[in-house]
Design a protein around this ligand. Structure first.
Ligand SMILES: NC(=O)c1ccc[n+]([C@@H]2O[C@H](COP(=O)([O-])OP(=O)(O)OC[C@H]3O[C@@H](n4cnc5c(N)ncnc54)[C@H](OP(=O)(O)O)[C@@H]3O)[C@@H](O)[C@H]2O)c1
Length: 218
């Protein structure tokens, strides 16, 4: 498998590291090796950890390359009618452990049955270079809980990703926390998705990482 890695910064460099460990060929695209359609077409699968705005700049070339894509680029709205010629898997959080968290948060949909009054809060902490707030993961957690949550964001140091959910009840608090210690977790999940794309005959649409991984791994 030849991986075309779009962006080899804090997260992409971990993809590069794992490709090296697994003897996978990896072509890096960054500001020193700009993307062209021809160069993308020499790869079997593309993995993007470009910042969102940079991803949007190269989007037309990715579509034209007709190569399957795994994208972790965040904080962007993709245009409608992309007219894809290959399947894409998009994820806000490629941590495979997040699938377990998903299953845990799903149970919160039953909170209304148990309590007349409760408050749901999600606090997310990331490094200072993160462009979007709140994180896509915090928004996903709110959606999975089936309830409105008060979401707060904090940007400090080089925090990889810390999400804390609190269910505040009359006389008790229930807390769930997912703390990412190393960006390798995102790289591993993205490469899992890249293998999945090449092994499975997905339609030429955008597929959600959490849905696929949840279905396959739980
Ligand atoms: N979905 C997930 O699980 C997940 C997890 C972590 C991060 N992310 C997202 O991944 C994205 C990247 O995050 P990061 O922290 O790894 O970023 P980063 O450290 O800033 O790295 C960005 C990389 O993109 C390259 N780049 C930037 N603009 C470019 C352009 N116009 N053309 C070509 N290459 C360009 C940079 O190249 P140079 O080195 O040459 O400057 C660098 O290699 C963000 O959107 C972040 O939110 C997603």
């Amino acid at each position: 498998m030849i991986v075309g890695l779009l962006g080899a910064g804090k997260t992409g460099s971990k993809v590069q590291e794992i490709c090296h460990e697994q003897n996978l060929s990896c072509t890096v695209f960054n500001t020193s090796n700009p993307i062209t359609v021809e160069k993308l077409q020499t790869c079997d699968v593309l993995v993007s950890f470009l910042p969102g705005p940079a991803f949007l700049e190269v989007l037309p070339m990715i579509v034209e390359s007709a190569k399957p894509l795994v994208s972790g680029s965040t904080g962007i709205d993709l245009p409608q009618n992309l007219n894809l010629k290959a399947p894409w898997i998009i994820g806000h959080n490629f941590s495979l452990g997040m699938n377990l968290v998903h299953a845990m948060i799903n149970i919160l949909q039953k909170t209304n049955k148990l309590f007349d009054e409760f408050g749901l809060a999600i606090h997310e902490v990331h490094h200072t270079k993160k462009l979007d707030a709140p994180s896509g993961t915090a928004l996903k957690w709110e959606k999975w809980s089936g309830n409105k949550a008060q979401i707060t964001s904090e940007r400090t140091g080089d925090v990889v990703g810390d999400h804390i959910l609190s269910l505040n009840l009359d006389s008790e608090t229930i807390t769930l926390r997912h703390e990412a210690h190393d960006r390798r977790i995102f790289a591993k999940g993205a490469l899992w998705a890249a293998h999945y794309l090449l092994k499975n005959n997905l339609s030429n649409d955008i597929h959600d990482f959490e849905q696929i991984a949840g279905k396959e791994l739980l």
